[in-house]
Design a binder for this molecule. Structure first.
Ligand code: HEM
Ligand SMILES: *[C@@H]1O[C@H](CO)[C@@H](O)[C@H](O)[C@H]1NC(C)=O
Length: 372
């Protein structure tokens, strides 16, 4: 699926922006060696994550991949990403590349919609995500979640991906009724799965909250679920599907790498960042393949300070995801409910960091009441 999307992105990008970028006097980024014409298309289509990872090791945080003459420049890691996230749309724009964001959107959301209509849709959506409204959604989501899990038996085996897809569709459409919701289910489900892997501390946290507040769940109690929050965040870091965030470059700009190299990215390039690659940069995330929710402890409580634009599951800067708070709210409600009411055992083979979000994921559940 992701591979298909990548190919589609590259083909479309190629047709829209066929141009020649000459290497003149400017210090352009290193170009990935590949077959002429077809360029890196084959490599990208086959295994985009691997292509990006290999060339990151070889060239560092900035390099260019050519497909049918179109240059796609990857910017990986916080040092080279500031302009990418903060530049005005007139310099780095999304519009030309709408098609390529397909992996991030549901099938009928935004795609193909003329800009004006899309802006209206976004405005409408944003209204529903206003912070003061989030507080009101808690009861609705809790009711939906209770209702959903009341249909589970006393014990059984389910495909959790499938179950949560259903549930998240229900809760999202209940709160944001009539609003189009982006389809990021893969990411969300991955998050949930990773929480099982790191489940002991979230369980302890739920016990503490049960002792403090009883069964009640409200906005403020959700705010106390710090451990769960960090588990979800870490899951989004490590397990996010290999999405590329692209922009079209309308104006030359310069980046400096950690090693002190300066590169000019010229007008006409497609500029992109890879979530998977950025989340595995090892001078930012120590031992990046390890699931470690404590990376997300507040500054002062951990040894590695976080830099802006290092955790980019929700993008960053100008186009940062407006659905972030809502997503955490929803995931915390679902997961605290699951932890409190079910014993869960993973049946499918599962390896942290290697799951691509598309497989089925079998989980055995057994009803229980978490005792204090
Ligand atoms: C775990 C769940 C989610 C993830 C991982 C996620 C991820 C992202 C990312 C990476 C971007 C930036 C794309 C870019 O820079 O081109 C983005 C933008 C966006 N997201 Fe989300 N998202 C999630 C949930 C949601 C929800 C629930 C909504 C709405 C109800 C939403 C609405 C949007 C919108 C409207 C944008 C576009 C913002 C802009 O272009 O200025 N997202 N999201
Ligand atoms: C932008 O970069 C191109 C080289 O790719 C160069 O020919 C051009 O002069 C640059 N434009 C500016 C305004 O620096």
């Amino acid at each position: 699926m992701v591979i298909l999307m990548t190919v589609l992105f590259l083909i479309l990008a190629t047709f829209f922006f066929r141009k020649n970028n000459s290497r003149k006097n400017l210090n352009l980024p290193p170009v990935v060696k590949s077959w002429p014409l077809v360029g890196a298309l084959y490599m990208l289509a086959k295994d985009p994550v691997n292509l990006i990872r290999k060339n990151y090791q070889k060239h560092g945080s900035v390099f260019t991949v050519k497909v049918f003459g179109q240059s796609i420049t990857l910017l990986i890691g916080p040092e080279v990403s500031k302009h990418f996230y903060t530049a005005p749309d007139s310099e780095l724009s999304q519009d030309e590349l709408r098609q390529s964001t397909i992996p991030m959107f549901g099938p009928n959301v935004f795609i193909g919609a003329p800009t004006e209509l899309r802006q209206q849709q976004t405005q409408f959506l944003l209204k529903g995500l206003r912070p003061q409204l989030l507080r009101c959604y808690v009861d609705q989501i809790v009711a939906e979640v209770q209702d959903y899990f009341s249909k589970w038996l006393d014990c059984g085996t389910v495909n959790l991906v499938h179950e949560l897809e259903h549930l998240i569709t229900l809760t999202s459409s209940r709160c944001l009724l009539g609003r189009d919701v982006r389809n990021n289910l893969n990411e969300e489900v991955t998050a949930l799965v990773e929480d099982i892997a790191g489940g002991l501390r979230p369980i302890k946290e739920q016990k503490t909250l049960l002792a403090r507040h009883g069964l009640k769940i409200d906005f403020d109690i959700l705010k106390e679920m710090d451990v769960l929050y960090r588990c979800i965040k870490e899951a989004l870091r490590i397990g996010i599907t290999p999405v590329i965030i692209p922009r079209y470059c309308h104006k030359n700009f310069t980046v400096s790498t950690k090693e002190g190299n300066e590169y000019t990215i010229p007008k006409g390039h497609i500029v992109a960042t890879s979530l998977v690659a950025a989340h595995r940069v090892d001078h930012v995330f120590k031992d990046p393949g390890r699931y470690d929710p404590d990376r997300h402890l507040p500054a002062g409580q951990k040894d590695m300070p976080s830099q802006p634009f290092s955790f980019i599951a929700f993008g960053g800067g100008r186009h940062t995801c407006p659905g972030e708070a809502f997503s955490y709210l929803q995931l915390k409600i679902i997961w605290s409910y699951l932890i409190r009411n079910f014993d869960l055992d993973l049946v499918s083979a599962f390896s942290v960091g290697e799951w691509d979000g598309t497989d089925e994921l079998l989980v055995h559940y057994k009803r229980r009441h978490l005792s204090i």
